[in-house]
Design a protein around this ligand. Structure first.
Ligand code: GDP
Ligand code: MN
Length: 381
């Protein structure tokens, strides 16, 4: 789960990390009055669960309340990396003299959290990481001992030769670690950590990703969830006993069992197609579940073909076939459908489908190939 900047900054401030204390708004009018209250200049920032807002035009300075209104008008509704801007953060603007980077994430290879810092922070940190990785300094953190004072100071002196500034930065690093550790984050990032003209050091941006597997420990954090449209779909699926993850491909998959669902996506990719989703309808195959699964697939406008891949073990193929017939009688769709059905009671299942006008296959590879062919045909017309 990702927090938006206004939520992450609030959390940072709770931990004593200096960060501008702005106002979250949802309309240009609110932005104008926030600018009046805060005092101009202000900076208007798109709140979305994605980075690169500055480059996309989602961060704008405003010198007067009317300017704040106009900037907000142009940012609201913008599409940034597939996210529609519905919220803005109005922050007091500051005069920056340099931008740094400080972040903590989990290094899976080392199985430890690691702090990364760089004097080349700001909007191009990805470029720095790719082209001049020597400009990024790392410190592994022992999760039991935590980030130790000498470790944060060593890192801070790599960014600031000046002792006072280095001490301020080291203190921010320690607070960032405490925050990261307390809330079971998988990422906590300040980019830029800004040095202002008056010499102070503050967090100008804030990014936090929480570990969903640890959310049960943090019900308070769960309340901060601002689900994206695809997450709303995934939560709704979960409530219907389905396990669904939306992807970006063209072939909508409906599969029984997580392992087979993974294998289905793999084989589609391997044969040159693109899966539109992971969808595990689980062991039981009640018509209601199949109907809901079909609804999920046809509501994704990227889907060009539906590939249903069922291996009947405990699940019986005739049950699935009945579910499918019920679903298809209810949901009208023009999308081509490929069904692969094999295992327990497959003959019965195949007959039920063929009475309904659907020819089911027994071979998974053939089914995947056919789905890819149909998707390409659909795409070309
Ligand atoms: P991101 O592009 O999504 O990472 O958004 P950021 O919050 O990092 O903002 C992008 C850039 O906007 C920063 O690197 C700063 O250069 C600039 N910026 C943000 N806030 C202020 C501000 O208060 N004053 C000035 N002058 N620039 C700002
Ligand atoms: Mn940033």
């Amino acid at each position: 789960m990702k927090l938006e900047e206004f939520q992450a900054k609030r959390l940072f401030r709770d931990y004593g990390i200096p960060a501008p204390d702005g106002v979250m708004v949802t309309t240009a009018e609110e932005a104008r009055s926030a600018a009046e209250k805060i005092g101009c200049p202000v900076v208007i920032k798109a709140q979305v669960q994605a980075g690169g807002r500055g480059k996309a035009g989602g961060v704008r300075l405003a010198g007067t309340p009317p300017e704040a209104y106009m900037a907000s008008e142009s940012i609201l509704g913008m599409d940034i990396k597939g996210f529609k801007v519905e919220r803005l953060l109005v922050d007091p603007a500051v005069s920056i003299s340099a931008e740094y980077y400080v972040g903590i994430t989990i290094d899976r290879r080392k199985k430890q959290p690691v702090m990364m810092v760089s004097a080349s922070g700001g909007m191009d940190i990805e470029k720095v990481a790719a082209e001049t990785p020597e400009l990024i300094f790392f410190q592994e953190i022992n999760p039991e001992r935590g980030l130790r004072s000498f470790e944060s100071k060593q890192l801070a002196f790599k960014l600031f030769p000046d002792k006072k500034k280095a001490m301020a930065a080291a203190s921010i690093m320690e607070k960032l670690w405490k925050c990261f550790h307390d809330i079971d984050a998988s990422l906590a990032e300040i980019n830029p950590l800004a040095e202002l003209k008056d010499g102070s050091i503050i967090a100008l941006d804030a990014k936090i990703v929480l570990d969903d597997n640890a959310m049960f420990k943090h019900p308070v954090m769960e309340e901060l969830r601002l689900p994206t449209p695809s997450e709303i779909k995934e939560l709704d699926a979960k409530n219907h006993g389905l396990s669904y993850v939306q992807l970006e491909g063209e072939i909508g998959c409906m599969v029984n069992g997580a392992g087979l669902a993974m294998a289905t996506m793999d084989i589609i990719k391997h044969l040159g197609g693109t899966p539109a989703n992971f969808l595990d309808i689980g062991g039981s195959s009640s018509p209601e579940k199949v109907i809901h699964a079909m609804e999920l697939l046809v509501s994704d406008c990227n889907v060009k073909t539906i590939f249903i891949n069922v291996f009947g073990g405990i699940t019986r193929c005739d049950d699935v076939a009945n579910g499918l017939v019920a679903a298809l009688s209810e949901i009208k769709t023009d999308l081509p459908l490929v069904v692969r059905l094999t295992g327990t009671n497959e003959e019965e299942g195949i007959k039920i489908l063929s009475d309904f006008g659907i020819t089911a296959m027994k071979d998974m590879t053939k089914g995947a190939r056919e789905a890819i062919r149909l998707a390409k045909e659909g795409g070309g017309s």
